[in-house]
Write a protein that binds this ligand. Structure first.
Ligand SMILES: [Zn+2]
Length: 105
């Protein structure tokens, strides 16, 4: 009768880095829009969220930021709010386009 050595398999719990969710860009129409959420402390001591929105399509390069969002907001919520704000012209957007510099061959 042999003694069985019991091997214990420890589960390695690794904090999984959440991949940013991808949405359809309202400007170029490609599913290349990434929304990154961050929680921050707003003046007054309450937690708010801010989102940086960017389109990964180099020909589009949409960039936008939204702040003062409720902490319960998820990427989807931000996305719909962003579309809404964009429609009403309530959000500032910029474009970081590559290869579209003026006067260069
Ligand atoms: Zn785009």
């Amino acid at each position: 009768m042999g003694r069985r050595s019991r091997k214990r398999y420890k589960k390695i719990v690794r904090p999984q880095k959440r991949l940013p969710k991808v949405f359809q860009c309202p400007v170029c129409g490609l599913p290349t829009l990434i929304i990154d959420l961050d929680t921050y402390m707003a003046p007054g001591g309450s937690e708010r969220k801010k989102a940086s929105i960017k389109c990964m399509n180099p020909k589009c390069g949409l960039r936008a930021e939204m702040t003062d969002l409720p902490t319960i907001y998820s990427e989807v919520d931000v996305y719909s709010k962003f579309l809404d704000a964009l429609d009403k012209g309530e959000v500032e957007v910029s474009f970081e386009r590559e290869g579209e510099e003026e006067g260069e061959a």
